[in-house]
Design a protein around this ligand. Structure first.
Ligand code: MG
Length: 398
């Protein structure tokens, strides 16, 4: 029986993507307002690169990443600010703290970019969602003096595209059901997974806009994208079922993820990054006095789909080495598609108390050793064993 209309909950644009505008520069401007409205870039001075440029500097031809030397040539009155480590992390933490004051479901994708799911907030209408997210945007400005652009939609794919559309201080809401219509007029390069090279190749074939992709038939699409064409078309229609994943910060698991600046297709490189994550997580596990048993590797494709694979050790460990040999087989298992990756994450679960248990083992070993020597001494004096170990009992003749 179809549900009664009165009981149908409205589908709301509960997925929010936020992306700070020229984040490093914004932080420098927040700390030093004299820099506001000027051509400012953050970057290394000598052989460095520009890591962030104000919109005024961008208008002058400065982009990221660009060698600093060239940036100064194209924009001679550029104000160059040295990259100050530590400063941006603090602002990032405060930015996401404000997000968490709106909803607990926050996925940090990078230092200045993340997804929120405001579903748990219980908003009843699109207008309520919009009001709450606009209030968050304003609060971030009031408290941090940095500007952030927002995209709101029914899913992560569309929200992620929407937030980039009207920077800076953007606010783009895509009503549920309007995804395909929203994407249709955009340039194909706006779609995740379509990089600069693919975009150029598509444009050379007359495919400039997302709607041009949808106008092609299956055979043409197959010729263009191979087996992945269905995924491309789903993306072009704005279809995406991935969920906003909150980092697990409790003791149940330890995880780390990295979103790549450009998609990576090299297994050896991905393996190296995954092992590096193990190297970063394991000292935390040791510091917490824990041991872990299971390693799970997750990969994400440019279209935001995830795949994962996990494996457990015979016994929990707090060392890196036992997990290294699992990385490559797990990556091969998880990475089933012939597509470069957008992100990998490494997660340790099956957390157990570490040193306490280790001490118990050591103590138990010591007791066992002492017991063994007592048993040996007793048995040496007798013709028949007087004391037997548990696993020998089954053989005892009564
Ligand atoms: Mg940004």
């Amino acid at each position: 029986m179809p549900p009664l209309p009165a009981l149908v909950k409205p589908v709301l644009p509960t997925i929010v993507h936020l992306d700070a505008d020229a984040f490093f520069v914004s932080v420098e401007q927040a700390l030093n307002p004299v820099l506001r409205g000027k051509k400012v870039a953050v970057g290394g001075s000598q052989r460095g690169i520009i890591s962030s440029a104000s919109y005024e500097a961008r208008a002058c031809g400065v982009y990221t990443p660009m060698p600093t030397a060239r940036a100064v040539r194209v924009c001679p009155d550029l104000i160059l600010v040295a990259h100050t480590s530590g400063r941006y992390g603090e602002y990032s933490r405060r930015l996401f703290d404000l997000c968490e004051s709106l909803t607990p479901v926050v996925e940090r994708r990078s230092i200045d970019e993340g997804f929120l799911d405001v579903g748990p907030c219980g908003f009843k209408s699109q207008a309520e969602v919009e009001t709450a997210v606009r209030a968050l945007q304003e609060r971030i400005w009031q408290e941090l003096q940095i500007t952030v652009s927002f995209g709101l939609a029914r899913n992560k794919l569309v929200a992620g595209i929407a937030s980039k559309l009207r920077k800076p201080r953007g606010f783009v809401l895509v009503p549920p059901g309007g995804e395909a219509e929203f994407l249709a007029p955009l340039e194909v390069g706006r779609l995740p997974g379509i990089g600069v090279k693919t975009e150029a190749a598509l444009k050379a074939r007359g495919l400039l806009r997302v709607r041009d992709l949808l106008a092609r038939n299956e055979a043409e699409l197959h010729a263009l994208f191979g087996e992945g064409w269905r995924g491309v078309i789903a993306t072009a229609r704005g279809e995406d079922l991935s969920v906003v994943e909150t980092a697990e910060e409790d003791a149940k698991s330890y995880s780390q993820q990295e979103t790549f600046p450009t998609d990576i297709g090299d297994l050896a490189e991905i393996e190296r990054l995954a092992k590096h994550m193990i190297d970063e997580l394991m000292p935390k596990i040791r510091a917490d006095g824990k041991r872990v048993r299971t390693l799970t590797v997750k990969v994400r494709y440019p279209g935001m789909e995830n795949e994962s694979a996990g494996q457990s050790l015979a016994a929990a460990a707090d060392l890196e080495a036992p997990f290294y040999p699992l990385v490559r087989p797990l990556l091969r298992k998880a990475w089933s598609r012939r597509q470069p990756l957008r992100l990998i994450s490494v997660r340790f679960s099956g957390v157990e108390e570490g040193p306490a248990q280790m001490e118990m083992f050591i103590e138990a070993d010591e007791k066992r050793r002492r017991l063994a020597s007592v048993l040996d001494q007793l048995n040496q004096r007798a013709t028949k064993p007087v004391v037997q170990r548990g696993h020998q009992l089954g053989h005892r003749q009564e």
